[in-house]
Design a protein around this ligand. Structure first.
Ligand code: ATP
Length: 326
């Protein structure tokens, strides 16, 4: 399962300019500038209280900003709230389902609430139950559903009126790995097969890296980084260590070859035949391999350690790393 390679166009579906929101003494969002493009899966990352949910609430017109401009699907969330909410779907962090009713009934009620045309309610509900693997147990009361089933039902409910733009607040919080993966696959399909724009709030870095085309990192209401996960890793994290393995009795010869290459710091690793190279960029790898092979060194493996979104996240909170990147 990989991130979708959608043809998302450059059209912005969310544009925030200088968006700020305070709650008493707490500044939930400060001067947020952000653009989310049509068709992308956009992740908003941040610790608890960073301002993620506040952003979703502002985008849906259920909160008013103190300052700044916000346009969602070409509409003003505050002025055009009802029209906008007919085109957006929201999965809140703790979705409340009607426990005493069945999954099928829960969806039917929502379909009516969201003014799905009466002639289409049944097919819409059955289609979603099928797609979210809930059809067989669709008549059971939700009180008997597992957490994974509830989350799938809540996601189905957010889609009942076929929104173009979907907000998912911590969509896999509390799910086991199997249930979380199932939800990930559903989200990927929403983007890949249906071209919907998905805005995900998460503090799960692996989830963000797996799903998102671009991510924004929020810290205490302030946007500290935005970009594709790989680009952020390149920008914020020092190049990683490379481990290479050569024929044990050729290690000295290999170190001599590497010493002649500019900008590489190579040293003998702990085990026989192992060499570590610090601060090697990915671009240095082909040249390095060619140099060793040309010198007659038998090379068994070269393993670059790719920086992850997790590295970015911690780099952003580590002053030494931040200085190195600026
Ligand atoms: P979490 O991951 O815990 O959901 P979050 O990133 O979604 O966090 P927000 O819920 O947006 O963060 O909250 C940002 C800040 O604003 C927090 O300090 C929070 O306590 C505060 N806050 C949010 N909503 C309100 C409110 N209605 N009244 C008072 N303070 C609020």
């Amino acid at each position: 399962m990989g991130r979708p390679m959608t043809d998302h166009d450059e059209r912005a579906v969310i544009t925030a300019r200088g968006l700020s929101k305070r709650f008493g003494q707490v500044t939930a969002l400060r001067d947020l500038n952000l653009e989310v493009r049509a068709g992308e899966i956009f992740g908003m990352l941040g610790h608890n209280g960073a301002g993620k949910t506040t952003t979703v609430r502002l985008c849906n017109g259920v909160l008013a900003p103190d300052h700044g401009g916000l346009e969602v699907l070409g509409l003003s969330p505050l002025e055009d709230g009802p029209a906008l909410r007919r085109r957006t779907g929201v999965l809140t962090e703790t979705p409340s389902l009607e426990e005493r009713l069945s999954g099928r009934e829960n969806l039917t009620i929502y379909a009516e609430l969201f003014q799905v045309p009466p002639g289409r309610v049944r097919s819409q509900v059955e289609g979603l139950l099928e797609r979210f693997e809930l059809a067989e147990r669709g008549d059971e009361r939700v009180a008997r559903y597992s957490k994974g089933m509830r989350q799938r039902l809540a996601l189905a409910r957010a889609l009942i009126h076929e929104p173009e733009l979907l907000f998912l607040d911590e969509p896999t919080a509390g799910l086991d790995p199997v249930a979380a993966r199932q939800v990930h696959e559903l989200i990927l399909r929403l983007s890949r097969e249906e071209g919907r724009t998905v805005f995900i709030c998460t503090h799960n870095l692996i989830e963000a890296q797996r799903l998102c085309h671009r991510v924004a990192v929020l810290e205490e209401g302030r946007l500290v980084a935005v970009g594709a996960p790989e680009a952020l890793a390149g920008e914020w994290v020092r190049a990683g260590t490379l481990e290479i393995e050569v024929e044990a009795d050729q290690r000295e010869a290999a170190l001599a070859v590497l010493a002649a290459m500019p900008a590489l710091r190579a040293r003998a690793g702990e085990a026989a035949g192992i060499i570590w190279i610090e601060s090697a960029s990915r671009e240095a790898v082909p040249e390095l391999i060619q140099g060793l092979v040309t010198a007659g060194v038998r090379l068994y493996r070269v393993v670059p350690r790719q920086a992850t979104l997790e590295d970015v996240y911690f780099a952003l909170h580590d002053p030494a790393q931040t200085e190195a990147s600026t």
